[in-house]
Design a protein around this ligand. Structure first.
Ligand code: SME
Length: 161
């Protein structure tokens, strides 16, 4: 199913929320709230943050989720390991998918970078099979680029330990 979210219209709203705010967690919390509010048919939207070889739960909207995901495990771990976005039409067909909310049926994960280094991922889940398409992949990739730009050097605090 293709949902025509106007990602280009979301970009300035996200940028306005984040730019000039020198607090990474506050910015990611607001970003997850905006995305969860504006994208239809989601049951989870949030961030996992790299700590060594593990993704650790960051700011999100939705039900409580698993706290640690090793690199290479599940959809988030695959995105972090490969550095490539993961578009999963049916999570039950994805080897190693980690079911945090049994309502989730499809998922999209976009890796996030600062100065060429991966510091986390944006993870969106939907209760609808095949919820995310190429429109969302392109739109969310653009949204994440804008987020990376607005955050500037803030994610460095995750990379320098
Ligand atoms: N399903 C994810 C785990 C995180 S939750 O969806 C919030 C995965 O397989 O990586």
């Amino acid at each position: 199913m293709e949902k025509s979210v106007d990602y280009q219209a979301l970009i300035p709203r996200l940028t306005a929320l984040v730019e000039g705010v020198p607090h990474l967690i506050a910015n990611l919390a607001n970003a997850s709230a905006l995305i969860y509010q504006e994208l239809p048919d989601l049951n989870w939207a949030g961030f996992y943050l790299m700590k060594g070889e593990t993704l650790v739960l960051g700011p999100f909207q939705g039900k409580p989720a698993c706290i640690q995901i090793p690199l290479g495990r599940g959809v988030c771990g695959a995105a972090a390991q490969t550095g490539c976005p993961q578009l999963v039409p049916d999570v039950h067909a994805f080897p190693g998918h980690i079911a945090c909310d049994s309502a989730s049926n499809s998922e999209i994960v976009v890796p996030l970078y600062c100065g060429g280094q991966l510091w986390g991922v944006l993870d969106l889940d939907s209760p609808t099979l095949n919820r995310f398409g190429s429109w969302d992949l392109e739109g969310l990739t653009a949204l994440c680029s804008a987020l990376e730009g607005a955050l500037g050097d803030l994610p460095n605090c995750l990379l320098t330990k």
